[in-house]
Design a protein around this ligand. Structure first.
Ligand SMILES: O=P(O)(O)OC[C@H]1O[C@](O)(CO)[C@@H](O)[C@@H]1O
Length: 447
């Protein structure tokens, strides 16, 4: 289980100009009713599948059947970008650290989520196609960065394995539409669906995150269970009871984030003090930014890693503009590591008998106290353990919080229309004639 510590949340400008937390929650009663009505409607119409996981049993059956086939490969190369890669990387770094440690013998998961010619060429010149499965992941099936890599890696497989190349691919994409779906049908490539309404940043609980997890041998069912359990009160049989929403931690957290934005805290630090979960910050960054940056609204996510970023970003957090609130994610029950010996030098005699993990816990606390002392409103999200189940809980909670914060801000947290322009400008630059308006924008930019 996780807990939220609110003791220092309603501080800074919130303390002087905003209501106290109980008052704020009370003031939000009218929004509670409208958000509750929206929750009922959107769950019923299938628009929030990351909350009630309607695809869970079919995915579980398919993935269990596929796992032996996946695990016979030594390398998996995931091609994806944004939400088609960030959740997977978070799981890999957190739960498969051995790949980054000495003497690892495999399996190896490679995540190609950029337009990086050196990395692509290195993959194709060093991996043995016989031992490799390529997994293009794209909800839309048409993302240019992913497709571009797909074209090259498909040709690479075809050259080496002319008759069996399609057995070295697994496509994760929309069930019915998109170019990758057509490719799966055309070449008889095994595929798993990204369910309807499950956009990239909400998709880690689907085949998007779980195919690589199964390949790494991770307990992905625990991950699903964690996410399902945290949001069950919002979507269970008693769906519609306002107290389910009123008492849910995501409602309280969304309420606080909304109040921060209303009081000119324009940045939200997501400070992860579980070192192996450092990559959760990038996952959260996309979730928060694409969901909430709309109509001049939203707060800027600032992923930071404790303790590392105490030595790079923390100065700004503490003494820069007072425009930041902070969620500190931590776990007091991580492994403790070795004990400091009795012969550490006298200047550090207070370390004697303590463990390396005690240092992390003390720094987690020290950083939190320093932020609060400097007026930064802080909510502490404590995971009882750093397991896959706990990760599912935390991610499930953050997804629900993001959606509710968007509703409170009166914006649609499920789309990301503004990002399209840059893509169209690039297509135009490459010679596509479908974008005359973009050609004009480019011309104005270049002239
Ligand atoms: O899974 P897809 O459709 O390839 O999209 C990749 C990413 O691109 C975006 O649509 C933004 O352009 C993200 O929301 C998404 O995670």
């Amino acid at each position: 289980m996780h807990t939220l510590d609110w003791k220092h949340a309603w501080t800074g400008r919130l303390l002087t100009t905003a209501p106290t937390r109980p008052q704020a929650l009370k003031l939000l009663e009218p929004q509670l009713d409208s958000c509750n009505a929206r929750l009922i409607g959107e769950v019923a119409s299938g628009k929030l599948p990351f909350l009630n996981l309607p695809f869970r049993s079919s995915l579980t059956a398919r993935l269990k059947a596929l796992t032996p086939q996946l695990r016979r490969f030594r390398h998996m190369v995931v091609l994806g970008i944004g939400g088609s890669a960030l959740g997977t990387r978070a799981l890999q770094k957190a739960f498969f650290p051995q790949q980054d440690l000495p003497n690892h013998q495999g399996p190896w998961l490679w995540i190609l989520d950029n337009v990086d010619a050196d990395v692509l060429e290195a993959q194709m010149s060093t991996l043995n196609p016989e031992e490799t499965i390529v997994v293009p992941v794209s909800k839309s099936g048409g993302t240019i960065e992913t497709l571009a890599q797909y074209f090259f890696m498909k040709a690479w497989l075809q050259r080496a394995l002319p008759n069996t190349w399609h057995e070295h691919m697994l496509l994760v994409t929309d069930e019915k539409k998109g170019y990758l779906r057509e490719e799966a049908d055309r070449h008889n490539i095994v595929s798993l669906p990204v369910p309807d309404h499950l956009g990239g940043r909400y998709s880690v609980l689907s085949a998007v995150g779980l195919v690589p997890a199964a390949f790494m041998g991770l307990p992905w069912e625990d991950f699903l269970e964690g996410a399902a359990s945290v949001n069950a009160p919002l979507v269970n049989d008693e769906l519609g009871k306002p107290e389910n929403l009123r008492n849910h931690p995501a409602w309280a957290l969304a309420n606080w984030c909304f109040e921060l934005s209303r009081h000119d805290y324009s940045q939200l630090i997501f400070f992860t003090y579980i070192p192996s979960w450092a990559s959760f910050g990038q996952w959260f960054g996309q979730l928060w930014a694409e969901s909430l940056g709309k109509n001049g609204k939203g707060t800027m996510p600032l992923p930071a890693v404790g303790v590392t970023d105490q030595h790079s970003l923390q100065q700004m957090f503490l003494d820069g503009p007072a425009d930041k609130g902070c969620i500190q994610l931590h776990c007091p029950n991580l492994s403790k590591g070795p004990q400091f010996p009795d012969d550490v030098p006298d200047s550090w005699e207070w370390l004697r008998g303590k463990t390396f993990g005690d240092l992390l816990n003390a720094e987690t606390l020290g950083s939190a106290a320093a932020l609060v002392h400097n007026g930064v409103p802080l909510t502490r999200l404590e995971a009882a353990e750093s397991s896959m189940r706990a990760a599912g809980e935390v991610m499930g909670l953050l997804m629900a919080t993001t959606v509710l914060t968007g509703w409170l801000m009166n914006i649609n947290p499920l789309d990301q229309p503004a990002v399209e322009l840059g893509k169209r400008l690039a297509y135009s630059r490459l010679g596509s004639s479908s974008y005359p308006e973009e050609a004009a924008i480019l011309k104005a930019f270049l002239d």
